[in-house]
Design a protein around this ligand. Structure first.
Ligand SMILES: Cc1cc2nc3c(=O)[nH]c(=O)nc-3n(C[C@H](O)[C@H](O)[C@H](O)COP(=O)(O)OP(=O)(O)OC[C@H]3O[C@@H](n4cnc5c(N)ncnc54)[C@H](O)[C@@H]3O)c2cc1C
Length: 492
């Protein structure tokens, strides 16, 4: 008998889980439950008047292989695109002006002295302080010891680099506060770099040289990858490649409960809003942790508390389309970032049609403004018109765009950006250990281990491997957990 798997959540984590299960040697009966009327979760692409609008994520980090591999596997290899090489610079707002970030930054760490020495973003003191980085003693963490991104970067390079570059760049990925976010969870590459090389600058130089080598010395490969027709194609193609999975959209799971050991219906009952109760040997909760918390409270209040303790913030993206001749700024960059110290209601702006080809018709420009996040969620109380107005005011102030946009479009992401705060990895270890005490229960996705599309896909694939490693059709007495060692018991 095939193992029965219910995947709760039809975002990219859930879809990657289902896809990996179909590729496993032993087939499973897979049912995906998605509360929304469409699949994809945060991944949403809308086509409007010749514009391709990625409402949420617009790309993934190229160095993490999982998303690229999945895209190729489902037939999107020829659709992959990198950012345009001529507009890879990024501006930083500093004292109400846009300043180009110095060239040669890798993960916010300077690797070239000349552009760094000549930037107006920092005074001499800050530059000299950064120069000392290679001789700052390395920190060795013991056990789950952790520190914030702000503390880490300030310790190594000084507070100004943190405020004006690393904070907005690294904190911005999470729409989070760099004073709160865990460096070990959010940017483990920097922690590894310190441990291995003793200096971030040295480590990032090595990394940059390796990237250049990859392209045979012809510039640097794009840090980010996307798809010609928008990121939504990843969702569509994965969903279309699923041959056997049953997909129920507009169907929320409302409660998950363990069944008695030996129950022939399986190990789990999943109550749903429109499909009655489903029975399964495995349940994968690929939801934001707060949504999973509500699902498990009935049988494991401690797990529900752990899940509920993971914090998420809300954001909105406002898209504004302009005729190019209405925009005086050359839009010669990927966009700009706004440091917290500038006290503005926006986090960043992407010059979408400069950053990517295939996003706007000729003669038109598409901009995306980020609002909300840690410390800025109150701005989201505005209605869509209010958010668009706020975005326009900022673009007028910073880019001098006076004319009205051709159209605007607002996307809201409620409690969708996880905040892996200091101590996150330790808390995750305990949470996953608690999950592992329940045979056939799996959690993962946005905000658990890593963030972003590649990490979500990786977690989906790991969940599938965990499921495929368990022979749920064995007699209860023979059953073993995914690691193949511990006998199962639901009574703990
Ligand atoms: C504005 C924004 C921009 C981002 N930009 C990037 C980027 O550029 N690059 C990048 O790599 N990452 C980016 N991310 C992060 C990326 O979107 C996530 O890592 C990824 O989408 C997480 O996928 P997921 O499937 O785990 O979660 P989700 O996308 O949240 O999917 C979970 C799904 O579960 C469904 N659901 C919830 N409750 C239930 C229920 N009870 N029953 C059934 N279904 C339920 C939801 O409707 C949703 O569809 C961004 C995120 C946001 C919010």
């Amino acid at each position: 008998m095939k193992r029965r798997v219910v995947i709760v959540g039809g975002g990219i984590t859930g879809l990657a889980t289902a896809y990996a299960l179909e590729k496993a040697t032993e087939p499973s009966d897979v049912h995906i439950l998605e509360a929304a009327p469409r699949l994809g979760g945060n991944l949403v692409t809308v086509n409007h008047n010749g514009f391709t609008i990625d409402g949420g994520p617009d790309s993934w980090v190229a160095t993490k292989p999982h998303a690229t591999r999945l895209a190729k596997a489902v037939g999107l290899g020829d659709e992959l695109i990198g950012t345009r090489p001529d507009t890879r610079k990024v501006y930083i707002v500093w004292k109400k002006q846009l300043h180009a970030m110095p060239e040669g930054l890798v993960l916010g760490i300077p690797t070239e002295w000349r552009p760094f020495a000549s930037t107006e973003l920092f005074g001499l003191d800050a530059k000299l302080r950064a120069l000392l980085e290679p001789i700052i003693p390395r920190k060795i963490y013991s056990g789950d010891e952790d520190e914030s991104i702000a503390s880490f970067v300030s310790r190594r390079l000084g507070p100004d680099i943190c405020d004006r570059i690393a904070g907005p760049l690294l904190g911005g990925i999470f729409a989070g506060d760099p004073e709160q976010l865990s460096v070990r969870a959010c940017v483990p590459q920097l922690v590894e770099a310190e441990a291995k090389y003793g200096s971030l600058i040295s480590a990032m130089r090595v990394l940059r040289a390796a990237r250049k080598e990859q392209t045979g010395g012809e510039g640097e490969a794009s840090t980010f990858l996307s798809l010609k027709r928008g990121i939504g194609d990843l969702v569509t193609y994965v969903a279309h490649r699923l041959r056997d999975a049953e997909i129920s959209t507009g169907c929320a799971a409302t409660r998950v409960s363990p069944l008695e050991e030996g129950d022939s219906r399986g190990l789990w009952a999943v109550e749903t809003s429109t499909r009655g109760t489903l029975y399964a040997d495995h349940v994968a909760l690929t939801l934001p942790a707060h949504a999973s918390a509500g699902m498990v409270g009935g049988f494991d209040p401690a797990l529900a508390r752990m899940l509920g303790a993971m914090s998420y913030v809300s954001t909105a993206t406002v898209f504004l389309a302009y005729r190019k001749y209405d925009v005086r700024h050359p839009l010669d960059a990927a966009g700009f970032l706004v440091p917290k110290s500038e006290n503005r209601p926006i986090l960043a702006c992407t010059f979408v049609s400069s950053k990517w080809d295939h996003r706007a018709p000729s003669g038109q420009a598409l901009l995306r403004v980020f609002i909300g996040g840690a410390g800025g969620e109150h701005h989201l109380e505005h209605d869509d018109e209010g958010l668009a107005r706020l975005a326009r005011e900022q673009l007028y102030d910073l880019l001098g765009i006076e004319r009205a946009p051709v159209f605007t479009r607002v996307f809201r992401f409620k409690r969708a950006s996880p905040q892996p705060t200091v101590g996150h990895l330790g808390r995750m270890r305990r949470l996953l250990a608690q999950v592992a005490t329940w045979r056939g229960l799996h959690v993962g996705g946005n905000g658990f281990i890593g963030t972003g599309i590649p990490d979500s896909i990786k977690q989906g694939e790991e969940i599938a491997a965990g499921i495929a490693g368990v022979r749920a059709t064995l007699a209860p007495s023979e059953r073993v957990t995914a690691d193949g060692t511990t006998p199962l018991t639901l009574e703990r």
